[in-house]
Write a protein that binds this ligand. Structure first.
Ligand SMILES: N[C@@H](CCC(=O)N[C@@H](CS)C(=O)NCC(=O)O)C(=O)O
Length: 246
């Protein structure tokens, strides 16, 4: 059994999609980031970056104790390896999958996330027009990268649906709200529409959807509480003693 420490955000949904697609038994451990569950000591031992998702495999292949993995891309590689599915069957395919998974982790995820951050501020911290333009342009560019890649390939890694597709999908579900005209990216649109029909992907996307809170529906007080928790985080101090000293 795999525990997935999860909240219904695009990074979390990558894993529930994969677990559903792979037919793996999993247990969802909700990590309510708006309430600070990501800062709890037990969670930090699994995910020292105070971010979800993370997984704990209670039956790792080496027969040892529970094995934990953080960073969604690493979790996806772990599950693909464990199940022997969706990670590419040959070395050549594996590297196709791996580079598009890394592309998602290093480009699409962070840039889309920052765009969401600045869009939510809505000038409450002064004029955000430069930041918004910067990230809107980046989003447009990145949709173009997907579109060009999918021009002559059915999926991101080639002929086979893989964890690279599963990692990208939850971030583009909101293309309309992101100000994207999908008709400008028709190869992307073909891929998006095909994936949207997959029952397992739909099940993965739906996990915990009843828990998701939209900023716009929060009271002012609740919004302030969440913003204080999630924005402008600074370093947590290391323990004073008992560490490896200079
Ligand atoms: N690179 C990380 C990013 C994870 C991430 O940013 N998670 C967000 C939710 S989507 C989170 O846990 N935020 C909690 C916080 O900001 O304190 C991954 O892909 O796993």
């Amino acid at each position: 059994m795999i525990d997935v420490h999860y909240w219904p955000t695009p990074n979390g949904k990558k894993l529930t999609i994969q677990l559903e697609e792979s037919g793996v038994d999993y247990n969802v451990v909700y990590c309510e980031i708006g309430r600070g569950a990501q800062f709890e000591e037990d969670f930090l031992r699994i995910s020292p970056n105070n971010r979800m998702p993370a997984i704990v495999d209670h039956q790792p292949a080496d027969g040892g104790g529970p094995l934990s993995v953080f960073e969604s891309g690493a979790c996806m590689l772990y599950i693909a390896d464990k199940c022997g599915r969706f990670g590419g069957d040959t070395p050549r395919q594996r590297w196709e999958v791996c580079q598009w998974l890394m592309w998602q982790m290093a480009n699409q995820g962070p840039k889309f996330g920052e765009r969401g951050h600045f869009a939510r501020l809505k000038d409450s911290q002064g004029d955000q027009s430069y930041a918004l333009k910067r990230f809107d342009d980046e989003l447009h560019r990145l949709y173009g990268v997907l579109n060009n890649r999918l021009y002559d390939r059915r999926y991101l890694a080639g002929d086979h649906y893989s964890i690279a597709d599963m990692a990208c999908y939850p971030w583009v579900e909101g293309w309309e709200a992101q100000g994207i005209d999908i008709d400008e990216f028709r190869y992307f649109r073909r891929w998006f529409n095909e994936l949207s029909q997959r029952p397992a992907l739909q099940r993965g996307m739906a996990v915990g959807s009843e828990l998701r809170q939209d900023y716009s529906s929060m009271s002012e007080e609740e919004r302030k509480r969440v913003v204080t928790l999630l924005y402008n985080q600074r370093a947590r101090p290391a323990p004073d003693s008992g560490g490896i000293e200079e």
